[in-house]
Design a protein around this ligand. Sequence first.
Ligand code: NAP
Length: 244
Amino acid sequence: MEGQVALITGGGRGIGKAIADLLAEKGVTIVLGDVNMEDAAGAVEDIEKKGVKALAVKLDVSNSEDVSAAFKSITDTFGRLDILVNNAGITKDSLLLRMKEDEWDRVLDINLKGVFLCSKEAVKIMSKQKYGRIVNISSVVAFTGNPGQINYSASKAGIIGLTKTIAKEYAKRGITTNAVAPGFIMTAMTDALPDKVKDEMKNTIPMGEFGSVEDVANAVAFLASPTSGYVTGNIIHVNGGMYM
Ligand code: NAP
């Protein structure tokens, strides 16, 4: 994978940063697209210490102008893009009757429209190269549903349909599109939950523990590599047996 270029959206921290670190260890040039440039700049510094090129670009995935500008700066700087990891995601939890329209819109805009906008730009570049790997980060709740997460679970379920459609449309251009559906993973997103909720969640996991960001990164790295070339339109579940 040496010499390849990857964009990881929301790569400044959490799962995205772990994916960036692992791909960097494989010699991949890393572009981190994030709204939070402070985190992204810190992550770039860490990656450069591994002797790998890295770049932080300001990117709000829900904003089409930002997305076009970010992809332009990638092709201007590196001339190619081999891997897109659509990782940026947010939650704004509430039960159906309490959920405000703007909470629904914001989550769908970032988690689902953002994947559409970034994939569209990536496919333009990857089609010309006749090679590309798109890996979308969904969630176990896309398959199980989750009370309080109607917007989030709908956005993550939408990613599954989008993934299979891009996979079918671009299979003949050497582009594979797959998704990773993490269960409960230890990050800032799960840290914020009360201990009681965390214990209840652990009781639903056959392995009895939350996963690590590295567990997710390992699955992404496989789907992002040339060795997964005959795998497309599929989902790898990384959830300790929570959903099978
Ligand atoms: P995280 O720690 O909150 O990191 C998300 C990153 O995305 C942050 O750097 C965030 O920036 C960035 N971001 C937010 N809005 C953005 C936007 N509009 N454009 C670009 N970047 C944006 O989350 P995480 O836990 O690592 O989750 C990463 C992905 O895995 C998400 O898609 C999430 O839904 C999914 N996932 C997580 C879990 C879990 O248990 N953690 C389980 C299943 C799926 P800020 O710092 O400014 O917020």
